[in-house]
Design a protein around this ligand. Structure first.
Ligand SMILES: O=C(O)CCC(=O)C(=O)O
Length: 329
């Protein structure tokens, strides 16, 4: 197992984040881009048939995505086909969808990525269901009030705040993986070094989207904030208590990343409505989920439980009572 060096582990412990350059190669990402292009084209064909979109002509996934976003009023009609999570909405039904294809599954379970994860949390690795594809179009194509972190800049938060309190003791690690280069211009991550030594801080419930929360900027030490620019294929590791967000995309192309989370097997995920899976196990290798079809089945099963009313779809509710807090108003 290659994993992280002692020096890297030390840096991560000090700063609460770590840039791992060139974790994956261009070759590792080619298949993901092709898979996403197929999904985008299928979703776009449906919208063309409804008269909501002109046929896409761009040469690359980025060009085609931007072209679609320029035309469409409801970006969710497109985006929801591309995310690797169902949306966190109270009225979840069978019309909601997600993408769990073999290429993206291969990314989540890539041996080099799991080696890095193993260095931090040990050899029994569970893929936590708090996971997203972030495909951010240039800001100028977004409506002014766009605050959805899947599409626009991401407001300040700690990842622990998006899980339910039962996971407060879970050793959750975020692996943020760049599919395109991430720069200050196109909206890279920003983080406050050392903030992981704080406890969970106040998060305010947002007003525009279900499950949206944010740390008021007055609680972030902006003088200490650093931008985390990385090349495509590189990763940023984040401690679950590190305050971070991302910038606006002021470039002409998309900024694309996946944020994936891992934890030791057996600890609560903090989002039990959605399914995770054993990604690597030295002790019980037979429990590992090794193909995208099984991953897809787990998501459909979770969706059925919600749609059939067996469980209530409630997300990030721990912050609801703070809506009237002086720092949130
Ligand atoms: O990619 C982004 O814009 C934000 C990602 C993020 O905040 C996270 O992974 O927790």
């Amino acid at each position: 197992m290659a994993g992280l060096t002692d020096e890297q582990l030390h840096r991560f412990a000090e700063d609460g984040y770590l840039v791992v350059e060139d974790l994956l190669t261009e070759a590792d990402l080619v298949g993901v881009e092709a898979e996403y292009r197929r999904i985008l084209d299928r979703a776009a064909a449906g919208l063309v048939a409804q008269g909501r979109l002109e046929p896409l002509r761009g040469a690359t996934f980025s060009d085609r995505y931007v072209e679609a976003v320029e035309q469409i009023d409801d970006m969710y009609a497109l985006y929801q086909h591309l995310d690797i999570s169902l949306p966190m909405v109270a009225d979840l039904d069978w019309s909601h969808t997600l993408h769990t294809g073999p290429e993206v599954f291969g990314l989540l379970t890539h041996p080099r990525l799991l080696d890095v994860v193993e260095s931090v949390i040990g050899p029994e690795i569970f893929a936590n269901p708090v996971q997203h594809a972030r495909i951010k179009p240039p800001r100028r194509h977004l409506p002014d009030i766009a605050t959805d972190a899947n599409i626009a800049a991401t407001m300040w938060h700690q990842d622990s705040a998006v899980t339910n309190p039962e996971a407060d003791e879970t050793d959750m690690l975020t692996v943020w993986l760049a599919v395109t280069d991430a720069t200050v211009e196109n909206g890279c991550l920003v983080a406050e070094p050392g903030s992981h030594r704080d406890d969970l801080v106040l998060h305010c419930p947002g007003q525009h989207f279900s499950g949206e929360i944010y740390i008021p900027e007055s609680l972030v030490d902006m003088d200490r904030v650093v931008p985390l620019e990385v090349r495509a294929g590189s990763a940023v590791l984040l401690h679950k208590l590190t305050s971070h967000g991302s910038l606006d995309n002021d470039s002409d192309a998309i900024r694309w990343s996946f944020d994936l989370r891992y934890q030791p097997v057996g600890q609560p995920t903090g989002r039990s409505l959605f399914p995770g899976f054993v990604a690597r196990s030295a002790a019980y290798p037979e429990l590992e989920v090794t193909d995208a079809a099984e991953w897809t089945r787990l998501w459909r099963q979770a969706q059925a439980r919600i749609v059939n009313g067996e469980v209530e779809a409630k997300f990030n509710a721990r912050w609801d009572s703070y809506a009237a807090h002086a720092l949130c108003a």
